[in-house]
Design a protein around this ligand. Structure first.
Ligand code: ADQ
Length: 470
């Protein structure tokens, strides 16, 4: 067995108050199972050259954190990663701002990552790189002589070539992906989109009948590895948290009203503006619900230095204010909108208390909250998931009420259907989704990806190593 080395832009050190996003939740679950090294940016910026990585060891996992130069970080992270790749990969061209200096900073930061990681690598390592911030990393490591298996998992959607080629450096990006041994996507759609790019750049022959991609002397396995959740852990958290003070105070405050929950990072891809309109539409169309439902939307701020995120925040504050101003009563607030973090377990308690889970991103790689909502439910009296058909999770959770998030009237209608759904139907839909979640949980995601990397080591990497005389 190889030692697993995970690399991601940001590392979340195990602090009590840490509120990791989806990527960190996935990596941490993987490393807790296998042990190994997690390498990435520690959250600090410096004026001069960053020094050697800081090392922390907890529960069998070694955390190695590097600092980044302030200016470079702004250009690489706020700029190229979050104002170019994030909007483009989520099909939001309106939010994209391309600047070639930022592209250079992206390359430089990846080079810094590669050069700081290199001395830490051991002969039996398998390297697993996560997400769009680090696409060039394998190429740079290869240039520095690394022959070990390197895999890449994209947590967000991959755009079809017609969208991707808006990016001036799209060919370099596709080339960079072929420096990996394994490239993993969340869904078949993403894999198809990747194939469209490979075909465009290298010709249809590059995609072999067994699905492998052959470019020059490199063979890449591109495949689908949908990320899952730790079903048992979510259930345990939810069951414990439902009796905690904080969740009880929340449920007491409902005074018998039905609870609808949304939990998302505050991001324009999560469809919150459209979701607030859908809720307003629902209250207008089904006025019997006035005073009988409370919608709690938890949306901690993220990427506050990026312009589009400042704008979305303002729009949401206005939308929540409008709905509450119009419909609230002296003893009822229709939307409780909170920009703060909660411990993961508390969130799972909130989800368990909800009759309806509203997960309506305009585009999402997977969306773990949808899966967590299902896992957190009481199977004897489960709540109903309303899920965007543009989230990766919709490929697996097709027993949810699937909606187009732009169709605010349809989403309003789905809220009404969810609230009035008979118990037998709720149980049946929930049981079907639980089967999917259990079959493809976080452990099987990790296992499948790590096995794919290990297989590389046994076949292609060895063949290449012999061929190259290494
Ligand atoms: P994200 O865009 O961060 O992830 P998501 O998949 O929903 O989105 O994961 C969010 C995670 O953070 C969940 O585990 C959730 O419980 C947690 N979380 C959210 N709000 C929180 C809060 N206020 N306090 C504490 N925890 C909170 C990216 C991609 C997704 C993909 C994941 C994993 O954008 O499409 O599913 O990576 O691959």
């Amino acid at each position: 067995m190889s030692r697993l080395v995970c690399v991601s832009n940001r590392i979340s050190l195990p602090r009590k108050s840490a509120a990791p996003g989806g990527l960190a939740v996935g990596i941490l679950s993987a490393l807790k199972r296998t042990g190994g090294l997690w390498f990435g940016w520690g959250g600090e910026t410096v004026e001069n050259d960053p020094g050697d990585p800081d090392i922390h060891i907890r529960d069998g996992v070694t955390y190695a954190t590097v600092d980044l130069r302030q200016r470079e970080f702004e250009q690489y992270y706020n700029g190229y990663a979050n104002e170019v790749l994030w909007p483009l990969f989520h099909y939001f061209l309106k939010g994209m701002r391309y600047n070639s200096d930022e592209r250079d900073a992206y390359e430089n930061v990846n080079r810094t990552f590669a050069s700081k990681l290199l001395p830490m690598l051991e002969p039996r390592d398998a390297i697993w790189v996560h997400d769009y911030h680090l696409i060039p990393l394998a190429r740079l490591l290869r240039e520095m002589g690394v022959k070990r298996p390197i895999g890449f998992f994209l947590h967000i959607p991959f755009p079809n070539i017609e969208m991707l080629r808006v990016l001036p450096s799209y060919a370099e990006l596709l080339h960079d992906l072929t420096s990996y041994d394994v490239v993993g996507f969340q869904t078949e759609n993403d894999l198809r989109a990747f194939h469209s790019g490979i075909e465009h750049l290298f010709g249809a022959d590059a995609i072999k009948p067994d699905g492998r991609i052959r470019v020059g002397n490199r063979t890449v396995r591109a495949d689908v590895f949908p990320i899952g959740v730790d079903v048992a852990a979510v259930q345990e958290e939810a069951i414990t948290a439902i009796n905690s003070d904080v969740v009880k105070r929340m449920t007491d405050s409902l005074v018998g009203r039905s609870l609808m929950m949304g939990v998302d990072r505050l991001d324009y891809s999560k469809g919150l503006v459209e979701r607030f309109s859908a809720y307003q539409n629902f209250l207008e169309t089904y006025p019997d619900n006035l005073g009988r439902i409370t919608y709690i939307q938890i949306a901690p701020l993220s990427r506050t230095d990026v312009r589009a995120y400042v704008e979305i925040r303002q729009s949401l504050e206005q939308a929540a204010g409008r709905t509450n101003g119009r419909f609230a009563d002296t003893d009822w607030t229709p939307i409780r909108y909170l920009n703060r973090n909660f411990p993961h377990a508390t969130l799972m308690g909130f989800l368990r208390a909800a009759k309806v889970g509203l997960v309506t991103p305009l585009r999402d790689g997977m969306n773990l909250v949808a899966k967590e909502f299902v896992a957190a439910q009481d199977p004897t009296d489960p709540g109903v998931l309303i899920l965007s058909n543009l989230a990766g999770a919709a490929c697996e959770l097709n027993s949810a009420l699937l909606v187009n998030p732009y169709d605010t009237r349809a989403v309003g209608h789905a809220i009404q259907s969810a609230l009035s759904m008979p118990l037998a139907e709720r149980r049946e839909r929930h049981a079907t989704m639980m089967q999917v979640l259990s079959r493809n949980d976080i452990a099987s995601w990790t296992r499948r990806f790590v096995d794919a990397l290990d297989q590389t080591q046994n076949s292609d990497a060895r063949v290449r190593a012999v061929g190259n005389g290494n």
